[in-house]
Design a protein around this ligand. Structure first.
Ligand code: NAD
Length: 261
């Protein structure tokens, strides 16, 4: 028996990267998993993979910024598996730009996917979590909500908004038995960052710099975020709500490096 046997979980942005690792981990612990992604082939591939080794999974192609599509996904998971116990609102896009350089179009898109998308996942999951007598929500924030990174104004704003939304909802739905937390990963090696490295002026220097920005001296791997997500979903986190768990290799506690005195 896995820790999540009998539970039904939904994960957005699960075709690749951190979301895929989370879906894999939840399934490995026994959950039926609903997989949503804007990449329909990727979502279907992940659902098929998971179904081969674990409980049956369900896939849907959605854009998390579209209310009707998020509603349809959540309803589809409940129709398929009969209930919903948790949602991991993970889908996000990395759109760079400083406050004075970001276009209005880019601002609107990053807010629509990263922040509105998380809210929509909560909005449509909460009635089903209530119906199940309680459940868990895990929202994907970032260390960029906690410390400043040059060149990421819109992205950082969305991640800060996710922490505020998580805290607000945690106090509102706690007595309904719904625990709501978020994760703040440091730099995790996923297709999102691989794209950033590919287009960097000096990829090797950027990689070395980002590795050195973590107290552990290295990037994280998607599975290292997935274990934290699975913990927050599980009943082992039964007294944890409203928190932002940093899975950041010590990035946010690292002060100046080199000789201190
Ligand atoms: N990789 C990191 O270093 C890092 C650090 C902190 C936080 N995060 C956050 O973790 C989450 C996952 O990041 P990742 O690195 O795995 O990214 P990724 O780009 O590798 O994967 C993101 C997934 O989300 C999907 N997606 C994108 N837009 C979507 C939309 N509108 N609707 C539905 N699905 C959509 C993509 O198709 C993809 O499968 C994001 O919210 C990101 O901001 C990542």
């Amino acid at each position: 028996m896995g820790r999540l046997t009998g539970k039904v979980c939904a994960v957005t942005g699960a075709a690749t990267g951190i979301g895929y690792a989370i879906a894999r981990r939840l399934a490995a612990e026994g959950a039926h998993v609903g997989i949503a992604d804007i990449d329909s082939d990727g979502a279907a591939r992940v659902a098929a993979d998971l179904g081969e080794t674990g409980p049956e999974a369900y896939a849907a192609r959605i854009d998390v910024s579209r209310a009707d599509e998020v509603d349809g996904f959540v309803t589809g998971v409940v129709d398929r598996f009969g209930r919903l116990d948790a949602i991991v609102n993970n889908a996000g896009v990395a759109i760079a730009g400083s406050a004075d350089a970001l276009s209005e179009e880019d601002w609107d898109r990053v807010v629509a996917v990263n922040l509105k998308g998380v809210w929509l996942g909560m909005k449509y999951a909460i009635p089903h979590l209530r119906a199940a007598g309680g459940g868990a929500i895990v929202n994907m924030a970032s260390v960029q909500a906690l410390v400043g990174f040059p060149g990421w104004a819109g992205y950082a704003a969305t991640k800060g908004g996710i922490i505020g939304l998580t805290q607000q909802a945690a106090v509102e739905y706690g007595t309904a038995g719904i625990r709501i937390n978020c994760l703040a990963p440091g730099t995790i090696m996923t297709p999102m960052n691989e794209r950033i490295f590919r287009t960097a002026a000096d990829p090797d220097a950027l990689i070395a710099n980002w590795n050195a920005s973590h107290a552990l001296g290295r990037f994280g791997q998607p599975d290292e975020v997935a274990t934290a997500a699975a913990f927050l979903v599980s009943d082992e986190a039964s007294f944890i709500t409203g928190t932002c768990l940093r899975v950041d290799g010590g990035l946010t506690v690292l002060g100046p490096t080199g000789e201190a005195v």
